[in-house]
Design a binder for this molecule. Structure first.
Ligand SMILES: NC(=O)c1ccc[n+]([C@@H]2O[C@H](COP(=O)([O-])OP(=O)(O)OC[C@H]3O[C@@H](n4cnc5c(N)ncnc54)[C@H](OP(=O)(O)O)[C@@H]3O)[C@@H](O)[C@H]2O)c1
Length: 324
């Protein structure tokens, strides 16, 4: 079966933390491609709700078509009909993540038309068969699948292992604190343990760069680590907040309630957030994910070095709340 559609890059998770950045960067990058190359210039941004604000914003970008579809509805015929040749895949850490993403990887293999796939994985320290955090084991299993010959011989891929997202760690704390500034800020981080938090937009920039390369083959079957540009501690974060709001604040370090509240609100089962508690103790509060232990791969530095600082993330999160 062949397609009359222009060849395209499919972005799974397009409205999410990294996917929205992938789409924005790709929109710019494909515009710059020389007219002589036959690589894809069309971008399909997948969402389950094309009316949501992020999807509407993406639909205004050059070369971007927003497609409303559930990931589970995609089969190999759809990929072939849409002439999808390159793919970005970032699926949320729901309990169904392994089923959803492994099914999609199977579909890509069956289509036999996918020339290149970039998969977002998680923190390199979480990728073990026995990691306490449930999604560490999910990504471990997904990565193992791609490494097996059934996939490796048919799908060219790059795996991006990203350090903890700055927005994911800080936004819930800041949002809760903004609602009641007289309460101490509840921070999940330890006061003194360093951590190289990365902004998800910087992860998206790396993926977009890979997916727009005329010849991505040097990156086939490689796994790269992406950390932020600097280590920060809980104490650093508090000092950035204090600098921005121009007053001293009370803080509770290693406070897991804020995170637990978010997970309970999203109806994650108890064993899921309990698995994360164990993981935090092993990772966030020991300095395990500091730069020296979680070095950004040289290839990533060459492609699109992560540059967003945690201070910039906090400034953004506190915009409009500076009337103290
Ligand atoms: N948070 C961290 O600190 C961190 C660090 C490193 C790596 N990661 C990894 O990042 C990955 C998630 O990437 P992300 O944060 O960029 O994504 P995300 O923001 O969690 O979600 C991406 C998008 O997936 C879409 N989606 C959900 N279910 C779908 C379905 N059934 N069909 C189609 N689309 C669906 C949603 O969009 P719609 O609602 O528009 O459909 C959502 O906006 C995870 O695997 C995680 O392990 C996270």
């Amino acid at each position: 079966m062949s397609s009359s559609s222009p060849s395209c890059i499919l972005v799974i998770g397009a409205t999410g933390n990294t996917g929205s950045s992938v789409v924005k960067h790709l929109s710019d990058l494909v515009t710059l491609l020389p007219s002589t190359t036959d690589q894809p210039r069309h971008i399909i941004a997948l969402t389950r709700n094309a009316k949501k604000p992020t999807a509407t914003e993406l639909s205004k970008l050059d070369h971007v078509e927003v497609q409303e579809l559930d990931l589970s509805s995609i089969d190999s015929s759809w990929l072939i009909a849409k002439n999808v040749v390159r793919v970005y895949v970032a699926t949320p850490n729901q309990t169904s993540q392994f089923v959803d993403e492994s099914q999609f990887l199977l579909v890509c293999k069956e289509a036999k038309t996918i020339q290149y796939l970039v998969k977002l994985s998680t923190n390199p320290h979480f990728i073990t068969a026995d990691h306490p955090i449930y999604y560490g084991r999910i990504h471990w299993a997904l990565e193992r699948m791609l490494e097996e010959k059934e996939f490796k011989e048919q799908v060219n891929w790059t795996i991006l292992r990203a350090n903890v997202f700055a927005t994911g760690i800080l936004s819930p704390s800041i949002e809760m604190w903004k609602k009641d500034k007289n309460k101490p800020m509840a921070l999940l981080l330890d006061e003194h343990s360093p951590l190289a938090l990365v902004h998800p937009a910087d992860v998206g920039a790396v993926a977009a760069k890979l997916l727009s390369l005329t010849d991505p083959s040097p990156h086939f079957h490689k796994t790269y680590t992406i950390s932020g540009p600097e280590d920060v501690t809980g104490k650093d974060i508090v000092s950035y907040v204090e600098e921005i709001v121009k007053k001293k604040i009370d803080v509770e370090y290693k406070n897991e309630n804020v995170f637990k509240t978010v997970m309970e609100a999203d109806k994650y089962p108890e064993n899921v957030w309990k698995s994360m508690e164990k993981g935090h103790k092993k990772n966030l509060w020991t300095g395990q994910s500091r730069l020296a232990n979680t070095k950004t791969s040289d290839e990533v530095i060459k492609l699109a070095a992560p540059h967003s600082t945690v201070k910039q993330t906090i400034q953004h999160a506190l915009q409009g709340y500076l009337s103290f």
